[in-house]
Design a protein around this ligand. Structure first.
Ligand SMILES: [Zn+2]
Length: 454
């Protein structure tokens, strides 16, 4: 990762799995419970699911602070309303399928753009669907290609405007007669496509782009032929939309199916949370999760926490309501006819594991103390290692907070829709200081649990 622990801090074993790229160490070192670090690239090679989960909750804590007042900040905080029955109890379940513990009864926002907890859960399902789609396409003998489309951008460009330009060009291309004629001339037929919208932030400002997995009935079609058609189609669409002509090398690229498969295998936030963003000291492009990570770490070499926080908030506003993944009409029926299509919200509202056992119920006062201690991930770690640890850990957290663990008085009340007011772009609220440093969430748990005796 390269998230900037000072170079003189050369401890090899760190409980948080945060390391510097300046180490002079063997090719790989063990960080924590099996997390392996590649010392040449600074990337974490293997990470325990517990560390990944702790990182998600730590980032979630940052989001709650940056977007306070937004729906995402209430996600995994408030109890979920059950129609006609009031509020759901907060429970800890343990799935029988994978042995993972999870919370049940909490409101889930379903945001793929801003919520690390929901985005991870949704991405898990979407990754599987994308993988199955490519496999099904190959079985049918389809060609699979990976197309990337972007538009010129520079420092200071308005993200809202860039996204509007990108969408306008895309719409134009899908309806463009010129593009249709080129495809016909080159003998290209398209079965369908899956399109993903993404953005990074780097030396040239915001870099919004689309990736498309394009399926053709003819698998012998060469990439260069498809490149010819899409490059000209994209150029024509951009010009007709009144935006600058895309770069002839980078505006549109077409790669083969192996690139598509590789892209799909990394779909989700785990990879983006951990990969090194620093190459030769240049900021080659931070994903939104990378921006959050810079806020969390506070000493990232690429960007200071304050601008990273401001950029994330701008991004959150610009992407609100946008679709992340789009399947062309009829493609799902061709490739995944058996599968029920679930919305993002439907996905996060489902329990993590359908086959799960109830381990414990926690009061709203206990949940508040757990949240204030940034110990949400720790409780789940405890639940997985030994369910008896839950009450021990909760009691310790309550004691630390000066609350009797049996006393649920003073629990926060759900106040319905009042919470769900969005941010207005013209009046960004000040960034409140963290109540407890979110980094705490990364280190608290596993180190602390290790000391607990039953
Ligand atoms: Zn959420």
């Amino acid at each position: 990762m390269g998230y900037g622990i000072p170079a003189d801090n050369r401890a090899v074993k760190r409980p948080l799995g945060i390391v510097t790229r300046n180490y002079v160490t063997p090719p790989s070192v063990e960080l924590y419970q099996g997390d392996l670090l590649d010392t040449s690239t600074g990337e974490i090679l293997t990470r325990t699911p517990q560390i990944a989960r702790a990182e998600r909750w730590a980032l979630k804590s940052v989001v709650n602070r940056l977007l306070s007042g937004d729906r995402v900040s209430k996600c995994m905080v408030l109890r979920a309303p059950i129609s006609g029955q009031g509020l759901a109890p907060i429970e800890i379940h343990k799935g029988q399928t994978h042995g993972k513990a999870f919370y049940h009864g909490l409101m889930a926002c379903g945001s793929v753009w801003t919520c690390p907890v929901c985005a991870a859960k949704i991405a898990e399902r979407r990754r599987l669907e994308l993988k199955q789609a490519i496999e099904a396409a190959k079985l049918k003998g389809f060609g699979v290609y990976f197309v990337t489309l972007t538009i010129p951008h520079g420092v200071g460009d308005d993200l809202h405007q860039l996204l509007a330009n990108l969408s306008a060009s895309l719409k134009r291309m899908s309806q463009d007669q010129h593009f249709r004629r080129i495809k016909k001339r080159l003998g290209i037929e398209i079965e369908g496509f899956i399109r993903a919208q993404e953005v990074t932030y780097g030396d040239n400002g915001w870099h919004p782009h689309f990736h498309m997995i394009v399926f053709t009935p003819d698998r012998s079609l060469s990439c260069s032929v498809l490149q010819q058609a899409y490059s000209e189609g994209w150029r024509s669409a951009c010009v007709k939309s009144g935006i600058p002509e895309p770069d002839s090398d980078y505006g549109c690229t077409v790669q083969d199916g192996s690139r598509a498969a590789n892209y799909v295998s990394k779909w989700g936030i785990e990879d983006e949370m951990t990969k090194s963003h620093v190459k030769q000291g240049k900021c080659s492009g931070l994903t939104p999760w990378g921006l959050l990570r810079a806020v969390l770490d506070g000493n990232a070499p690429e960007i200071a926490p304050e601008p990273a926080a401001a950029l994330f908030r701008l991004y959150a506003h610009a992407f609100k309501g946008r679709r992340q993944l789009h399947w062309s009409v009829g493609l799902r029926a061709k490739l995944l006819p058996e599968q029920v299509e679930l919305s993002d919200q439907e996905l996060v509202d489902r329990p993590d594991d359908e086959r799960a056992a109830l381990l414990s119920e926690i009061s709203t006062a206990q949940w508040k103390a757990i949240r204030n201690a940034r110990a949400q991930a720790s409780i789940l770690d405890a639940a997985e290692s030994d369910p008896r640890l839950i009450s021990v850990l909760v009691a310790r957290i309550m004691a630390k907070a000066g609350i009797d663990s049996g006393d649920a008085a003073g629990a926060p009340e759900y106040d319905g829709l009042r919470h769900f007011t969005g941010l207005h772009p013209d009046t960004p609220p000040p960034i409140p200081a963290p109540f407890v440093n979110e980094r705490h969430a990364l280190g608290f748990c596993l180190a602390d649990i290790g000391r607990i005796r039953l």
